[in-house]
Structure formats: structure tokens, C-alpha cells
Design a binder for this molecule. Structure first.
Ligand code: ARG
Length: 580
């Protein structure tokens, strides 16, 4: 079923063409939800721009369009406002019909993409032999929400976990492990590796003999030396097991099959540099081989090079990203590649993507999107650190989220059976952590604040989860089977019902806008407004105490709200609970 905005757009385009000729049939009617319900449900704002084109006063343009507007079976009222706004009120029967169809429809009215694409999403991408930290939280949570959303609108998503599993740092780590008689079969835990890594780095900086050995070790790793590779493989396997535990706990859609780390591209790097050379894109700079992406200058205005091969022959992070992009476009057949990487790496992205374009390796038909995000800050508004000044480990955040949620649940609902309470705590804890990350504009930094993210009111996960649970409790109280209940249509009589239905009907358009803009906070804002309007409806319109058809219609509205909350939260990677 077509969503309301599309229907309105079609009507306004036809009216515009009828009033001013077919050459204006493609105009964007600029349909927006009305700011104030007194002026209808939607506004069409095209008259201002069209007035300029036609050289006529916008108000007159708006009048002419309204004169030709077909209202049948859609609009109950049309009026003019301000300099030329067209206010549109939808016929309540049409609203009721659309809401009923949305309840019957299995996918909740999410419009499917006109041109489904293969979309590669590069996210999470932690580093082997290191623990995941708070910085990886954002990439993992935002990437997961985008993957779910893109799939919901009908794209084929290929997840890529671009693991940092290769590079010079492995030389020092493997060397120091071998010095200590490390047994690749036995392995080491993520925590042990982190400690070891720090010690190895220290030795690398302080001890010239070790430094030389570590460098040799890198050469051995590159050359495929058996002993070196055995240690490396053990580290990778160990880390993957550790990452999988974390993804499992977080309910993130990333598995072993999605891992394609930097090492995968190792054997393609020489070809990347050759190809740059053959295309005449390569230059020498202080012994290194570099490219100059157009439009990048250093502070003095000199062109900024991107190094692809060091003077010692070693390749770089950027070389790997060039190889990865070519692989994704040529072999994975991506029509769009999305990089969910923190803002400190923005310039890196811009430089390699500019290079890909200027070399003609990725043409304009393929979209490369950078999904940058700000940092997580501590209460002091500085980078979020532990008390002792260390980076915050992701596992510690997961543990604490569940612990705090469990405390809150025990206080609020002490009668929940223990196993249910534990499941609820997990959902609320994980949900709160994710929602706090997703609900702000992602390019902004945000202050990590347990009390705020776990609060039962405001734009938080607990508020939304609680709204869902409250609806489920109505069905329990009325002894009505939630899943089985279909009702017999939805009615739109009271203003609060109208407000709620209008919001419900915006769900599909909101999901589509997230898939386009890659901004999950739009969905968060939508869900918050939905829950708020639901509570307004619940205050104004008795449900279980109403009777007959009205009771059924209101129950149906409750159910549709619950399903929409569940679907929306699901797209954010958040599970609902029936009670809390
Ligand atoms: N491993 C990197 C880090 O932890 C992130 C990799 C992002 N993806 C990419 N294609 N560069 O910072």
C-alpha cells in the first residue's frame, strides 16, 4: 500500500500540472507533516519556489493548485496559510483504512527500495590482539542499526568486519610472544594479550635489539614463515572467539563469515600500487610512493600526499583500503559501500575515496558513504576513560549496563521470576546502552551517563520498552491474546487517536529516510514521539473500559502501536520485553 505522503505528492503534482501545464508535473510538492494540528495534518510548501519560477505571487500559485486539487477519497479539508502554504487534512476514514492495512500487513508498511542494491557495510572492525574498547561501541551499534534498516527496505547487505589483523605491530607482538616461549596451541586471553601488547610496545621503543628483531619478524610474517604464521593464526583465532562472545552478548548481526580483515588484502597490495603506477597516478616523495588526491592540501597549501608504499617497501592502512574498495566493488558487486568509522578517520576516508574516483576505479554509479561519528565523553566532557585513565573496555560497559538494569528492575518489579528478571535486565541494559548511542546526531560527541540512559522518562530505551510493556499489560489484563488479536479495523474519532494514527503512518517514510541519510537518530526521535502520542491517547481514550466496536478498534490501535515500537526498536537492534 502506498504511504500517505506519496499519495499526497501524486495529487499535488497532478493539480500543479493541471493549473500550470505538464512541464511542472515533476515538481517536488514539498510535503511535510504539519507543525500544528489546527492547520491540518500535512503541508505542501511548493508554492513559494514555484512562484519564483512562474513570476507569480506564491499565494496566487497556491490558490490555483488548490483549485485543481482532487480531494476525493483522501482529503477532508484544504486551506491556505501564510504566504502560500497549502494545509491538508486527511479524511479520518482514509487514516483509519491505512492504519488497518498497516496492522494487517506483515512488514509494517515499510516501503521497499525502487532499486534494491547490494550494499557493503564496513563496521565494528576492531583490532586483533587488542580488546574492544568504547570507541568500537559506536561503530558496532550504529553499523548494526544501519544493516538492519537497509535490509528492511529491501537491499542486500554484505557485512564486512575489516579486522585490524595485519601490519607492523604484529612483528613486535609475535617476537615478544616467541621470546616468552608462547605456545600457539594454548593461546592467550584478550586481557593477557592487551598487557603483553603494551609491554611489547614499550620494549620496541626502548630496546634497539628487540626493535630490530621485531622488524625482521614482520618480514618473516609477510614471507609466510611457518613459525611466525602459527603464532599469528593463534592470535587471530583467539581474538575472533573473543569478538564473537561480545557480538553474541550485544545481539549484533556479525559473525565469523563477515570477517574479512586487513590480512585478506595483503596479497593484493602490490597490484594496487602497480595499477596506480600504470595509470600514472604514482609519485615519489622522500623515498615513499604516494598519490595526491585532488583537493587536499597541508597547512601551507602544498598538495597533501597519501602514502601507499613506504621506502622500506611496506604498505599502509590506506593501501589496504584501496584494495578493499576495489574488491567490494568489483568482486562483491557493491552498488553502495558504507564505512562506519569514527570522525578522526574522516580525512583518511576522504583521501582514499577521492583517489578511487580520480583513478576511475570506482565510477559515479557506485556510492561511497562515510558514516562518521563523534566520541564518547566522560562526565568531565573529556574522552571517556576509567578512573585510572585507561580506555574503557567494551566488556566492562556491557557488564555494568546489565548490572545497573538488574538493580532498577529489582526495585521496580520485585515480583518478576528470577529468570525473567535476568532476561529483562539484559534487554533493558543492552537496549539502554545502544539507544543512548543511537539517539543523538551521530556526528556529535555524547556524554556517557548511566542515570540518563537508564531513566524511565525522556528519550530513552527504558521509556520506549516500558511503553511497549504497558501495551502488553493491557492485553494481559483484558485476557486477550496479543498475537491472535486482529480486531475489526481501526477508527479515528478523538484528536488523540488521530495524532497517534498520523504518527504510526509515518513509520515507513521514517525508515526509508534512515536508509537514505544513514542517521538512526531519526528513527529514535520517531519512536519517542510515537510513545508520547500513545500515552496521550491512553490518557484520553479508555481502552478496556470502552465497549463493543470501539473497544476492538482501540485495542487494534494499541496493538499496532506495540508492533511498530517493536519493529522500530528491532531495527535499532533492541529487543522488547513483555513485562518490566
Ligand atoms: N581497525 C580500525 C580501528 O580500530 C577500523 C577500521 C575501519 N575500516 C576501514 N575500512 N578502514 O580504528
Amino acid at each position: 500500500m502506498q504511504d500517505l505522503s506519496t499519495l499526497l505528492e501524486d495529487r499535488l503534482r497532478s493539480a500543479t500540472a493541471a493549473a500550470f501545464g505538464n512541464e511542472h508535473a515533476a515538481v517536488d510538492p514539498l510535503i511535510r507533516p504539519a507543525g500544528n494540528p489546527r492547520f491540518g495534518d500535512f503541508q505542501a510548501n511548493l508554492a513559494m519556489a514555484l512562484g519564483k519560477v512562474l513570476g507569480q505571487p506564491p499565494r496566487q500559485v497556491a490558490e490555483a493548485i488548490v483549485g485543481k486539487l482532487d480531494r476525493a477519497g483522501l482529503l477532508s479539508d484544504v486551506s491556505l496559510g501564510g504566504p502560500g502554504f497549502i494545509n491538508l487534512a486527511i479524511d479520518p476514514a482514509v487514516l483509519a483504512h491505512h492504519a488497518g492495512a498497516m496492522l494487517a500487513d506483515g512488514d509494517g508498511g515499510v516501503p521497499q527500495a525502487d532499486k534494491p542494491q547490494t550494499v557493503v557495510v564496513d563496521y565494528s572492525s576492531p583490532n586483533v590482539a587488542k580488546e574492544m574498547h568504547v570507541g568500537h561501541l559506536r561503530s558496532t551499534v550504529i553499523g548494526d542499526a544501519l544493516v538492519r534498516t537497509l535490509e528492511a527496505v529491501g537491499h542486500t547487505v554484505i557485512r564486512q568486519n575489516h579486522l585490524g589483523d595485519w601490519g607492523t605491530q604484529f612483528g613486535m607482538l609475535i617476537q615478544s610472544l616467541l621470546d616468552q616461549g608462547f605456545d600457539p596451541e594454548a593461546g592467550a586471553s584478550a586481557g593477557e594479550l592487551t598487557t603483553l601488547y603494551k609491554a611489547a610496545k614499550q620494549r620496541f621503543d626502548d630496546d634497539p635489539a628487540f626493535n630490530a628483531q621485531a622488524r625482521e619478524r614482520v618480514v618473516k610474517l609477510q614471507a609466510g614463515d611457518a613459525e611466525t604464521l602459527a603464532v599469528w593464526r593463534s592470535l587471530v583465532a583467539q581474538s575472533n572467539t573473543y569478538f564473537e562472545t561480545i557480538y553474541g552478548r550485544m545481539g549484533v548481526k556479525l559473525g565469523r563469515a563477515d570477517v574479512r580483515g586487513e590480512s585478506f588484502y595483503n596479497e593484493r597490495l602490490a597490484a594496487v600500487v602497480d595499477r596506480l603506477e600504470q595509470g600514472g597516478h604514482l609519485q615519489e616523495s622522500q623515498g615513499a610512493r604516494v598519490v595526491f588526491p585532488q583537493g587536499f592540501n597541508d597547512r601551507d597549501g602544498a598538495p597533501l600526499p597519501m602514502i601507499v608504499q613506504k621506502s622500506d617497501g611496506g604498505y599502509l592502512y590506506a593501501t589496504t583500503d584501496l584494495a578493499a574498495a576495489v574488491f567490494r566493488v568489483d568482486e562483491l558487486k557493491a552498488g553502495r559501500v558504507i564505512y562506519v568509522i569514527g570522525l578522526p578517520q574522516r580525512q583518511h576516508f576522504q583521501m582514499f575515496s577521492t583517489t578511487l574516483r580520480q583513478c576511475g576505479w570506482v565510477n559515479d554509479a557506485v556510492r561511497l558513504d562515510y558514516v562518521g561519528f563523534g566520541s564518547v565523553l566522560g562526565p568531565d566532557k573529556k574522552m571517556f576513560k576509567t578512573r585510572s585513565g585507561e580506555t574503557v573496555r567494551l566488556v566492562d560497559l556491557l557488564d555494568e549496563a546489565e548490572k545497573r538494569a538488574a538493580g532498577a528492575i529489582a526495585e521496580k518489579n520485585p515480583d518478576l521470576p528470577a529468570d525473567e528478571a535476568a532476561a529483562v535486565a539484559k534487554a533493558v541494559g543492552m537496549g539502554s546502552l545502544k539507544y543512548a548511542d543511537l539517539s543523538g546526531d551521530r556526528v556529535k560527541d555524547y556524554v556517557f551517563d548511566w542515570d540518563r540512559m537508564l531513566a524511565l522518562d525522556g528519550n530513552t530505551a527504558p521509556y520506549l520498552l516500558y511503553s511497549y510493556a504497558r501495551i502488553r499489560s493491557i492485553f494481559r489484563k483484558g485476557e486477550i491474546d496479543f498475537d491472535g488479536f486482529m480486531g475489526d479495523g481501526i477508527a479515528v474519532e478523538e484528536p488523540a487517536e488521530r495524532g497517534l494514527v498520523l504518527q504510526l503512518l509515518q513509520f515507513g517514510a521514517t525508515v526509508a529516510s534512515v536508509a537514505e541519510s544513514l542517521e538512526p537518530h531519526r528513527l529514535c526521535n520517531y519512536l519517542y514521539e510515537l510513545a508520547t502520542r500513545y500515552h496521550r491517547f491512553f490518557e484520553a481514550c479508555p481502552v478496556l473500559k470502552s465497549e463493543g466496536e470501539q473497544r476492538d478498534a482501540r485495542l487494534a490501535l494499541c496493538k499496532l502501536t506495540a508492533l511498530t515500537l517493536e519493529r522500530g526498536l528491532g531495527l535499532l537492534g533492541i529487543d522488547v520485553v513483555e513485562r518490566m
